[in-house]
Design a protein around this ligand. Sequence first.
Ligand code: HEM
Length: 105
Amino acid sequence: SAQDIAAGERSWNKCRACHQIGEGAKNLVGPQLNGLIGRHSGSVEGYSYSAANKSSGITWDEAVFAEYIKDPKAKIPGTKMIFPGIKNDKEILDLTAFLKQYDKD
Ligand code: HEM
């Protein structure tokens, strides 16, 4: 298939040291990621974002998320997310399919 949720779940292992997703997800080092696709940047209540992320004016649609996660500091200069990025386009698609399973709770 075009998108592979099981592969996306393996890719999520790169994120879970800092992010939670799913029922009861809490903010950790980074904000919880429920309902990410369609969400406005910097909008999770109770999470202390950098000014750069907070004021980036981004809506996380699939294309913008793909650009961001390829090179976070290029898309949001000044982000406090320390992550080198995912360079493989298929891996990004699969990760996106995984993330999209979790609506805002
Ligand atoms: C922010 C995704 C890995 C720490 C964000 C945001 C997204 C995201 C979309 C912006 C959220 C928003 O605007 O509400 C991901 C994904 C990852 C990943 C999909 C794995 C592929 C990591 C890792 C860390 C981390 C490994 C910690 C080492 C953070 C922090 C922020 C953040 C601290 C807040 C940035 C700021 O306020 O400047 N992440 N992330 N993330 N992430 Fe990640």
